[in-house]
Design a protein around this ligand. Sequence first.
Ligand code: ADP
Ligand code: MG
Length: 401
Amino acid sequence: MRSVDDLIAEGVSGRRVLLRADLNVPLDKSTGAITDDGRIRASLPTLQALRDAGARVIVAAHLGRPKGTPDPQFSLAPVAARLGELLGTAVPLAADVAGDDARAKAAALGEGDVLLLENVRFEAAETSKDDAERGELADRLAALADLYVDDAFGAVHRKHASVFDVAERLPHAAGRLVARELEVLTRLTQDPDRPYVVVLGGSKVSDKLAVIEALLPKVDRLLVGGGMCFTFLAAQGHGVGGSLLEADQVDTCRRLLAEAGDRIVLPVDVIAATAFSADAETSVVPVEEIPDGRMGLDVGPRTVELFGATLGDARTVFWNGPMGVFELAPFQAGTRGVAQAVGAVDGLSVVGGGDSAAAVRVLGLDEDAYGHISTGGGASLEYLEGRQLPGLAVLAGRAGE
Ligand code: ADP
Ligand code: MG
């Protein structure tokens, strides 16, 4: 797989580079302001390297899930503004993805300039299952540039026009972020230093079963918190009150517990709340005693201690998924405590998942404590599951001409 630095070494001065970036940042629902610009900042090294080398950079990205048609609430306008602030240069936003305005603005770029295309998901073809439909959009995107660089690690598991098809149409390379993500994920899958501990949380166990199945044979310990722990606790025969429960996954969790023995470690206490609200009444209860009228919205202090002790001698850690509803202040302590224990690990610590990475920043934790904070939740999980990721396969397949 060629890297953007290979392209730069060959010379990109004056050339038009289409850069697929992951700028899918969370926005405040009422004000539309960016609440966490981590993904924008993670995209800067590749972008800046291309600018410094004199490239004319055309950035393609998506935001949220518009329904394949322009929708102002998903416009990349706030992202263009923030990107401009961070780069210290104006970043114009094209009014369309790869139409007349994008063509005109791309043609007007000087060396080192940056243009942001409007949300690629404003075109239904971006995510279409139909190769010809995606191909038509990829043709228009490819016509804007001479070279293609994919730095959108968070999207490499998608067979989308701006991720997959366009790479078949232009000489291509991986950006620095994609290269770094791959390097770290390779270390997690090939001969990790031991003990190797994986911490999983988040909301739905069904999202994470495949990765649990794939990782169980490889890990020394699997710590499970977050909303998904309740399906495991139910599989052990505990009542979980009004907590998140995926009844159709209980049997699978029971089988996994039987297979894993004591390698799967579950919470011993939880914060039980009367409602999914920051004003709810709460109490700390052992997992054997979750009252019927309450829901577990965070792991409790004894669990933080237990997970911390288990992480104490780890040499490799992968953490995905918050331990509780960290968006609400009363349910942050579990995620904060476990995140701190992950950061304190003497070895490689990797945080994967959009919400987990956001939690690190929102809770004011030291990002530098971690070996790596992945920007791609779904992509890193699919990689760890051992699946082929279309965006990576296409980069590895045909070296750029
Ligand atoms: P990531 O993006 O890091 O992969 P997920 O998307 O799987 O993480 O899960 C994040 C969500 O899980 C958060 O919005 C958080 O509020 C939610 N969550 C965590 N614990 C619980 C819980 N006990 N009950 C309900 N939701 C939870
Ligand atoms: Mg998430």
